[in-house]
Design a protein around this ligand. Sequence first.
Ligand SMILES: [Zn+2]
Length: 894
Amino acid sequence: MKRLSPILTLLLTIASTCQAAFAQLPLAKRQSNNSEYNLYRWKPYRKQVVKPAEVLGYEIGERNSNFREQERVLLAVAESAKDRVHVIEYGKSVEGRPLRLVIVTAPENLAKLEKIQANNLLLADPRKITSPAEAERLLAATPAITWINHCIHGDETASFEAFMGTLYTLAASDAPEVKDTLKNSVVILNPAFNPDGHERFAVYYNSIALGSPEGDAFEQGQPWAVSGRFNHYRFDMNRDKMVQSQAEVQQEIAAYLKWYPHVYVDEHGQPETYFFPPNPEAIHTGVDVGRLNKWTGIFGRANAATFDKFGWQHVTKEDFDFFYPGYLDTWATFAGAIGMTYETDGGRTLARRRRDDTVSTLWDATVHHVETALATVLTAGKRRQELVRDFWQYRKSALNPQLMRMVVFPPQDRARLAEVVRVLQRSGVEVQVAGKPFESQNAHDYTTLNALGMKRSFPAGSLTIDLAQPQGYLAKAFLEPDPKFSPAFLKDQQERRTRNEKRNANEAHEGYTFYDITAWALPYSFGMEAYWLEDAPKSDSKLLQGKEGEEQLTAGVKGGVVGEKTGVAYLIPYDSDATVWFAIRLTQMGYRLEVANKPFQADGKAWARGTFIVRVNRNPNDLREKLDALGRVLGVSVFAIHSSYAEDTGIGSDSVSIVNAPSIAVVVGDNVSQTSYGAVWYLLEKKAGAKFTPIRIGRLAGLELARFNVLIFPDGGGYGGVLGKAGTDKLRDWVQKGGVLIGLEGGAQWLTEKEVNFSEVKAVGEEGGKKPLEIPGAFFKAKIDTSHFLGYGYLKEEIAVPVMGGTFWKPTKKGSNVVRFGKDKMRISGFVWDGNTEELLADTAYIVSEPIGRGNAILFLNDPTFRVLWVGVHRMFWNAILLGSGARGASEAN
Ligand SMILES: [Zn+2]
């Protein structure tokens, strides 16, 4: 009889009481042609280590386990293999599920785990290594650190199951090659990156599954609100490593930076045939392609050897993105790991029929993941020395950047700047603050494409990012103005276009193999003034870190009421994103607010257009306390004024508008993009702290719309069809009475349809002539009308805006083209089609406001909330919500 600890006995008791229930439910079958295969082939096994099946009551991969079932396995294996396994809880998901790392290594490594970790952090920061001899000593002593990540897409569940198989094998097997590899390795397993999405899917799926493989079977689909791919806020977290908006991503990166693994595998499960790298051509040229290709080749061959042994099929070089640094594999590769995406064949539902009529099952998909994980771990262990040395050399080479040496953000919007700094710091990038003014001999302005370097001075307090740092490659990927594809990839795309242009309209056309956006540099995404330098001038700079760094960063954004108690009014200049969040919250709490549509004077000072005015005698008695408290929370300064007398325009002027408290409804349901709704949800709830009501689109027609004055249609499609004429007529009536209808991308496009006609903008090429070719996502220079309420809070008329897709809008002649493109040299960053994109984008509109009666329809060509990445255009989204309802149009305000 095995000796079991009390906790283990308890876990097994719970498990055995569950087993009877499972007996009723269908199980995934094993594919017939791999009867040779045995998951338990790494003999002998240590008897004291608990097998997952003993806890689950079924074999891994036979069912979709839920979070607590996997957790019981994890804890039982860890408890029974304490000499090899160590569990770290690194955080909690949004819904409160524990996020963990399970570390497996040989007992002698486990005993000195902290030392191993510290040594590797020295290799990750070669500046701290004092001599070549010390480097050699560290290289000799450091095991390969292989990190395997499971289930970032919660409905790609084979990886969730596979974790248990990989863990058990490494914890229990006494096979010589496993024991050897554990001596040479620290294996870090993340059991579930996205437990909330997985749980949503698993509970739903288990409640309806029969095990039918047919594509049209009910169980092969997921209802809108269930869809497990995303996290709580419906973010695709495998796009979020750049902005790191989501709690799970932030906490995982913090855990990552304590380890800096040498190999980082991210397990997925979408295609029909298993994919592992090498990668296709669409690789970011900023990664050290030579090192990446060498190691993906080594791991790829090891995985392929296992697959061949059992007659399993696989592909390499398929299209998965390796360009945008927001992916887990790409991000990790920039940070020095060999980052790889493994996509298993199926493994979501119990069974799925492929196009060739064969069936893949959850069990197959699960064991395929277990085997690639083991092949990768064994290979990393075998080639430990070379792998660790390549990692260290890569980190060392980052200390010698080529052309682009430093990025400078001069002092500007402190709150926005602090956000950019946090994005960089969370990713392990060092940011400095200049102690004195300095001059660069070769500074390039971000806003001017291919501008020559010129002499330029920068004031003290400028923030600098010297790319000569161990995390320099990642910093560059986040900051470089115009990331480059390989010439071979671009040539291939051009050739596809040439062939397509020779084809007739009804002939099949070739697709392009861009996978994601092609521009994202933080200065453009966040709408910041920035420069990149070829030199690194001395500036008495100091590293921003710790409490002192945080204080320096937020200096001037303390917030609260400034000035003596007043009986007149308080003014809030619109100088940060938090200003508009402040205004939304204040009005939703029932306080009365106005906005200045013109520059004005008060207390002898000039105040800009867009300044918010709070009059004392029109508000409750606790006004000052409320303004002060909220101002401190959000870092918004509120200025008391003592006289409303003005020489010119003052606060009594009729160019001041009442701000209606936004009562917000957001459309949800089948037609709505989940990630677009998710981003709107996240921004309203987490950033603005605004209350809103999600409403199913099918309910709109029967709804008492008067309860709302703001209605947001996220990106999506088919809205007009669902609403029908009666529904759209009702919406028009509601807008006429003062509502604001905000459409984002697909949520705007339908407003331009002939039968709907909220806006008369027409797509370029719609009425004949050349049509735009789709672009994956690039930045262009545009002009913003800062006198329109949507433009309040913008100081400059020039703005960088992201454009994606193949729809451009001819300007409206009835309403306002608040953001529109000029004639030439518009591209700032990203891929465009020669002789098409810029030519057709010229003179088109990007954001349109159509006054209808007392209300407005506001149309965004592209979804400004996309991945909450495009912070630079967010303010127009906030302005639409706060100022769009019943607001007087720009022409009146003028
Ligand atoms: Zn996936």
